[in-house]
Design a protein around this ligand. Structure first.
Ligand code: PEP
Ligand code: CO
Length: 462
């Protein structure tokens, strides 16, 4: 049988946006050959399982929480960082599961999110212009010619750092760290001075009592101990993604084995471009980002291509319209897709349409605008009777100062305290939890229509 995935050359012939220009093509070839020999990072069966979980989201029976760094860096691959990111996602998931009484699908933007699309190919400081930083997968952040020159050997570092991250995540989620009975300890080092923290404490107490009751009743379920957690990243660099695409021996179909779910971004979703062509061949669940200028026709054509079999769970559409546009730009797009009879997972990214620069030069986002886009997303779905399936957020487990507002009322003047992101500004731990409560409150407001089958709360869905 011929390989069902187009060759790299065929993909490049279609025109691939946002690719680095490597000065040494033969070095790139040998890295790609090396990557092709390395074992997969995820198992195709896990991707199938995730497709089933995304189908539950598409059908209105579950809510997807997707989050992590804008750009992971090699340096940030430490046990503490990975644990902190995981615990903020788990804490948010508990809030959503318990408060909204809904199964929550947990997908990290992690273990592979090392490449960034950029609005400009170059960066100028003073009279020096260098290639833009495209993520650790491509070049270095330092502003000098050597760091900014794309180096293909970094793709091997991406593989190794993703493997190390996934390995620890797998240990955490199956080895007891995610035990619901330990949820107090996830946030034991919180400074207890805000509403969000006390609300979280109250919720943990309540869950603790409920679990103690179940244990007393001899319902000591294994599901308290472990949690399902999946990895995802933007499939941006064709060489890397292609090299990690393998034919599954069980089904003879191709899977991207570098993550459970991959998506393509607002800047690479050209209908006839290389990224759409690549993505459409995969058996993984896949995602596509859509911005405020996407038209219903354009999105209709994209879903035809990416979900030809009308398979719930196959496609997640991540809208990132901006707080100002979501209420008018999203409805026609939803109507176009729904009228095709497809069931896709509708997920809101309230981050990428709401970025601005402060007078002092910090790229930031206002918590109020993030919340406003989410509210708009919920309003739109409520109006149309469709299911607002999830949220996609850039966050970190640390107490950084990158987005303004939120419960700590972070001001523009505070941004310099701990501004650590390698790319876009992320919600810190408090802001992330606050967002989770906000979503839970909205989902329990009773006005949003859930899936046709009443959602059943299974312990294993935590
Ligand atoms: C991102 O997710 O980091 C990103 C660049 O998003 P978008 O493609 O939506 O701009
Ligand atoms: Co980003």
């Amino acid at each position: 049988m011929s390989n069902p995935i187009p060759s790299l050359a065929d993909l490049h012939a279609l025109g691939a946006a946002q690719q680095p220009t490597y000065p040494d093509a033969s070095a790139l070839d040998s890295v790609v050959a090396g990557l092709r020999r390395l074992p997969p990072l995820v198992f195709a069966g896990e991707c199938d399982e995730l497709r089933g979980r995304v189908a539950e989201v598409a059908l209105g029976r579950s809510f997807m929480l997707q989050g992590g760094d804008c750009a992971e860096t090699f340096e940030s691959v430490t046990a503490a960082n990975i644990r902190n990111k995981l615990r903020v996602l788990l804490s948010m998931a508990v809030v959503l599961t318990y408060a909204a009484q809904l199964p929550v699908l947990k997908v990290g933007r992690i273990a592979g999110q090392y490449a960034k699309p950029r609005s400009r190919d170059t960066e100028t400081r003073g009279d020096i212009t260098l290639p833009a930083y495209r993520g650790d997968a491509v070049n270095g952040l330092a502003f000098d010619a050597a760091s900014r020159t794309p180096d293909p050997r970094r793709l091997l570092d991406v593989y190794n750092h993703s493997a190390a991250t996934l390995n620890l995540l797998r240990a955490f989620v199956t080895g007891g760290y995610a035990d619901l009975r330990a949820m107090h300890t996830w946030n034991a080092d919180f400074v207890h001075n805000s509403n969000v923290e006390s609300r979280y404490e109250e919720l943990s107490d309540e869950i603790g009592r409920a679990l103690a009751f179940m244990v007393a009743c001899k319902v000591d379920n294994e599901a308290f101990r472990t949690v399902d957690f999946y990895s995802s990243h933007e499939a941006l660099l064709l060489e890397y993604e292609h090299a990690l695409t393998r034919i599954d021996s069980r089904t003879s179909t191709p899977y991207n084995t570098s993550a459970h779910l991959v998506w393509i971004g607002e800047r690479t979703r050209q209908l006839d471009g290389a990224h759409v062509e690549y993505l459409r061949h995969l058996r993984n669940p896949v995602g596509v980002k859509i911005g405020p200028r996407s038209t219903p026709d354009e999105v209709g054509a994209l879903v035809d291509r990416l979900d030809p079999d009308h398979e719930p769970g196959r496609l997640t559409i991540i809208s990132r319209m901006g707080a100002e546009r979501v209420r008018d730009a999203l409805p026609p797009v939803i109507e176009a897709v729904e009228s095709s009879g497809r069931k896709v997972a509708w997920v809101c990214d309230p981050m990428h349409g709401n970025t601005f620069e402060t007078a002092t030069g910090y790229k930031t986002r206002a918590f109020s605008q993030v919340a406003d886009e989410l509210t708009g997303f919920f309003d739109v779905h409520e109006e149309l009777g469709t299911w607002p399936g999830g949220v996609h957020v850039e966050l970190t487990g640390d107490d950084v100062t990158e987005c303004v507002g939120g419960v700590g009322e972070l001001a523009e003047a505070d941004l310099s305290n701990r501004y650590e992101t390698a790319c876009d500004p992320r919600l810190n731990r408090n802001q992330s939890l606050e967002l989770a409560f906000l979503i839970a409150d909205r989902l329990t407001s009773g006005r949003i229509k859930r899936g046709t089958t009443e959602p059943v709360f299974h312990l294993e869905d935590f």
